[in-house]
Design a protein around this ligand. Structure first.
Ligand code: ATP
Ligand code: MG
Length: 181
């Protein structure tokens, strides 16, 4: 399905805004894509699976961040139309406990939960991020993490934006019933 990335991500933010804020988090949606070239340029996604990705990242942020902290959901442009690598970048940033440098290379592995997570009472199977990575790869994108122990984490995924030709095709699909003879 072709969706406008900023509007789609915003709709997911809206879904969790109330509950996150009620729990005490400073929860913000930041749209930095508004002033740039691909405003309106659609991405082609499986909306349910993409929701699973964003939800996994948001719930991780909540799990590993005290409720006095912040969680930011950010949408930006990546690459450029000129270079032919125009995309959209979505980041879930938190001010939580962060990830140990030693754990960092493994967090996207199946069943990997980090030393702290396995030790303490935090629940989970360690599958969340592995699933995120798989879904993003299926969409032709990439996902990465930046984190510092004690000062928070940022998970960022990038998706390609549809080019004009793909966009036309998507429109055509939507009007399959029109007889063009
Ligand atoms: P599940 O998602 O299956 O319920 P999980 O949350 O432990 O379990 P993942 O989502 O795959 O598993 O995350 C793997 C590990 O990466 C976590 O156990 C935790 O150690 C670390 N991690 C993930 N997100 C964050 C975050 N926002 N802040 C700190 N650590 C994180
Ligand atoms: Mg998880």
């Amino acid at each position: 399905q072709a969706v406008s990335p900023a509007a789609y991500i915003r709709s997911l933010y809206d879904k969790y805004e109330l509950s996150f804020k009620q729990e005490g988090y400073s929860f913000e949606f930041i749209d930095r894509s508004a002033s740039v070239a691909h405003r309106g340029a659609p991405v082609w996604i499986d909306v349910l699976r993409m929701e699973q990705v964003v939800t996994n990242l948001l719930f991780n942020a909540r799990k590993f961040t005290p409720s006095s902290g912040f969680i930011h959901l950010i949408v930006e442009q990546s690459g450029s139309r000129e270079k032919g690598d125009l995309g959209v970048r979505v980041t879930v940033q938190d001010s939580g406990r962060g990830i140990d440098e030693e754990d960092l290379p493994f967090v996207f592995d199946r069943f990997y939960r980090g030393k702290e997570s396995s030790k303490n009472s935090s629940t989970g199977t360690g599958l969340g991020l592995a699933i995120c990575k798989e879904i993003i790869a299926q969409h032709g994108g990439t996902i990465e993490v930046e984190s510092k122990l004690g000062s928070g984490s940022a998970f960022t995924f990038t998706l390609p934006v549809m080019n004009d030709m793909e966009e036309e095709l998507a429109h055509d699909k939507g009007s399959e019933n029109i007889d063009r003879r």
